[in-house]
Structures are given as C-alpha cells and as structure tokens.
Design a protein around this ligand. Structure first.
Ligand SMILES: [Zn+2]
Length: 55
C-alpha cells in the first residue's frame, strides 16, 4: 500500500505551468493550463491591446 501521501501535502511543484510574454518581461505561473491562458489573455488585453486584437 502506498504511503507517500501524508497529511495535507497532495500537490507538488511539478504541477505548475509557466508562460512568458513574447513582448515584455511579464511571466506567469499557474496551477493549470486554462488558468494560465486566462492570465496571459488578461495581460495581453491590458498591456498589449494591439497584440490582443490580432490574437
Ligand atoms: Zn507583455
């Protein structure tokens, strides 16, 4: 029987996803890919509206 999961420690750091902006130094770390895309779209819309309109 596996005993590696103890207490409340379920998630480890390998689950995170990360993205950098191609247009500036912005980057984001999120728990899931959909959350990351949402953060990146928000960043584009706010800081690079022209790029966001093209996307
Ligand atoms: Zn940017």
């Amino acid at each position: 029987m596996p005993t590696y999961r103890r207490g409340g420690h379920v998630r480890d750091d390998d689950d995170g996803v990360e993205r950098e902006c191609e247009l500036c130094d912005w980057h984001c770390v999120a728990d899931s890919y959909p959350a990351l895309v949402r953060e990146y779209q928000t960043h584009l819309r706010t800081d690079h509206p022209k790029a966001w309109l093209r996307a």
